[in-house]
Design a protein around this ligand. Structure first.
Ligand code: HEM
Length: 426
C-alpha cells in the first residue's frame, strides 16, 4: 500500500473518530477523546446512559460489571485481530513473507482450539508453585533496583519499568545486555494495543517487529544449542512441532503483556499512595496490607482499561439484539466502579473485602496468565519502595501516557526525603 494512501486512510480514521467523540459518542470517546488525564468522568457519563450503550460507529459499549463478565465467559463471543477489526490493515510482509506480529499473531488474539493449544504450552510457568519458586528472585530484583536509586528519581523509568522488564527477561531467558532493547520493544508494541493511528506509528511498529523477529530468531537458535531454565528453552526443547510463527508470537506476547501493564500497576500504585497519604505507613509496614493495596489499585485505576469482543452469531445480550460481528467494548475500568458490586466505588480502600471482584485481569478463557506474577511484583515493589523511602514525595508534574487502553504515568518524578506531598498532573 502506498505511503500516501495509508496516510490518507489514517487521517480519515482519526477525523471520523474524533468527530464522533466530540458528539459524545461513547465508543469514539474511549478510543479518541483527550480525556486520558481522567477518563473516569467520561465513563460515568456512559454509565448514566445505561448498561448497553449504542455507538454510531457500529458498536456497543458496556460499563456493567455483570455484562462484561458474562461476555468474557461466553464462547459465542470471540476476539479479533487488528486487521479483522480495524479499518487500516497493519500486517507486515517482507520479501513476500509475513513478519510475525507478537501482538496480533499471538494467542491473546486467537480463539479455541488454537488459543487453548498455545496457552497450555506456557501455563506451567505461571502456576502457584512456579510463582512461589520465583518470589525470592523477584524480591532480589526489587531490592537491587532500590539500591541504585538516589535522592531524586523518576519512578517510571528508574524503578517501575526496571523491575518487570528484568522479571520477564529472566523468565524468557533474554541475556542482561539485551534488556534495554527488550524494554524499548515492549513499550513500542504496547502502544499499538490502542490501535494504530498514524502512518508514522505504523512505520515505527514495523521497524520494532522486524528487529524483534531478528532478535528472537537468534535467541531461539542459541537456546536450541544451549538450553537453560527459561521459557524459550522449554518451548524449543519440549515442543519441536511448534511453528516459528507461534514461537515468536508467544514469546513476544509474554514480553509486551507482562511488561507495560506491570509498570503501570506500580506507577498507578505510587500515585494512589500520594493521593491517599494515610495508606503509606501501613503499605510500608505490612505485606498483607500491601496485597490489598495492589488489589484496590487494580480495581480503581487498572492498567488495562477496556477490551473488545465480537459475537460470532446473532444473539441477545441484556435485552439488545446483536448482529454477528458487532463489536462490544467491555469497559473493564468502568465495570470496576460498578456501584451494584462495589460499595462507595470511588473510594480508595485497600481493606475492601471484595476488591478481587474487579475485572482488571479480564475473565474467561483470556484471563490474564500473568495475574499472579504481576500481583507479586506489584506488592513487593510498592511495599519495599515505601519501606525504603517512607517520606517519598512528588517532585514535579506527572506526565500521563497518551494511550487510552493502557493507563499509567510516563514520568513520575519524586524525591526521597521530603515530607510534604503535593501532586500536579499534566
Ligand atoms: C498489572 C499487570 C497486568 C494486567 C493489568 C494485565 C491485564 C491483562 C488483561 C486485561 C488481559 C486479557 C485481555 C482480554 O481479555 O482481551 C491479559 C491477558 C494476558 N496477559 Fe496480562 N496483565 C498484566 C500482567 C501480565 C504479566 C506479568 C504477564 C506475563 C508475564 C501477562 C501475560 C498475559 C497473557 C499471555 C495474556 C493473554 C491470555 C490469553 O489470551 O489467554 N500479563 N492481561
Amino acid at each position: 500500500m502506498s505511503t500516501l494512501k495509508t496516510a490518507a486512510q489514517f487521517f480519515a480514521l482519526r477525523t471520523l473518530v474524533r468527530g464522533y467523540a466530540l458528539m459524545g459518542d461513547p465508543y469514539a470517546g474511549v478510543m479518541a477523546s483527550p480525556a486520558h488525564r481522567d477518563p473516569y468522568a467520561m465513563y460515568e457519563k456512559v454509565r448514566a446512559k445505561g448498561d448497553m450503550v449504542r455507538s454510531r460507529m457500529g458498536a456497543y459499549v458496556t460499563p456493567s460489571r455483570e455484562i462484561c463478565d458474562s461476555v468474557l465467559r461466553d464462547n459465542r463471543f470471540v476476539t479479533a485481530t487488528f486487521d479483522e477489526a480495524s479499518m487500516v490493515p497493519i500486517t507486515l510482509v517482507k520479501d513476500g513473507e509475513k513478519i510475525v506480529n507478537p501482538v496480533q499473531d499471538s494467542f491473546l488474539m486467537k480463539n479455541p482450539p488454537d488459543h487453548t493449544r498455545l496457552r497450555k504450552l506456557v501455563q506451567p510457568f505461571f502456576t502457584p508453585r512456579a510463582l512461589k519458586d520465583r518470589t525470592a528472585s523477584i524480591q532480589k530484583i526489587v531490592t537491587d533496583h532500590l539500591d541504585r536509586l538516589g535522592d531524586r528519581f523518576d519512578v517510571v523509568s528508574e524503578f517501575a519499568s526496571q523491575v518487570p522488564i528484568q522479571v520477564i527477561a529472566d523468565l524468557l531467558g533474554v541475556p542482561d545486555e539485551n534488556k534495554d532493547l527488550f524494554a524499548r520493544w515492549g513499550s513500542s508494541l504496547a502502544e499499538t494495543l490502542d490501535g494504530v493511528w498514524s502512518h508514522q506509528q505504523l512505520k515505527d511498529l514495523h521497524a520494532t517487529i522486524i528487529e524483534y523477529n531478528d532478535f528472537i530468531d537468534v535467541l531461539i537458535d542459541e537456546r536450541r544449542r544451549n538450553p537453560q531454565d527459561d521459557i524459550v528453552s522449554h518451548l524449543v526443547q519440549e515442543h519441536h512441532d511448534l511453528s516459528r510463527e507461534d514461537l515468536v508470537a508467544t514469546t513476544g506476547l509474554l514480553l509486551f503483556a507482562g511488561f507495560e501493564t506491570t509498570v503501570n500497576l506500580i506507577s498507578n500504585g505510587v500515585l494512589k499512595a500520594f493521593e491517599n497519604p494515610h495508606t503509606i505507613a501501613p503499605l510500608s509496614q505490612s505485606p498483607e496490607y500491601a496485597e490489598g493495596f495492589v488489589e484496590e489499585v487494580l480495581r480503581l485505576d487498572p492498567p488495562v482499561q477496556y477490551t473488545i469482543r465480537w459475537p460470532k452469531e446473532r444473539l441477545e445480550l441484556a435485552g439488545v439484539s446483536l448482529p454477528k460481528g458487532m463489536p462490544v467494548m467491555l469497559m473493564l475500568a468502568a465495570a470496576n466502579r460498578d456501584p451494584r458490586v462495589f460499595d462507595n466505588p470511588l473510594v480508595f480502600d485497600p481493606t475492601r473485602s471484595n476488591a478481587r471482584e474487579h475485572l482488571a485481569f479480564s475473565a474467561g478463557i483470556h484471563y490474564c496468565i500473568g495475574a499472579g506474577l504481576s500481583r507479586i511484583e506489584g506488592t513487593l515493589a510498592l511495599h519495599e519502595l515505601f519501606k525504603r523511602f517512607p517520606n517519598l514525595a512528588a517532585d514535579g508534574p506527572v506526565t500521563r501516557r497518551k494511550s487510552k487502553l493502557i493507563r499509567g504515568a510516563l514520568r513520575l518524578p519524586v524525591r526521597a526525603g521530603e515530607t510534604e506531598r503535593s501532586l500536579a498532573v499534566n
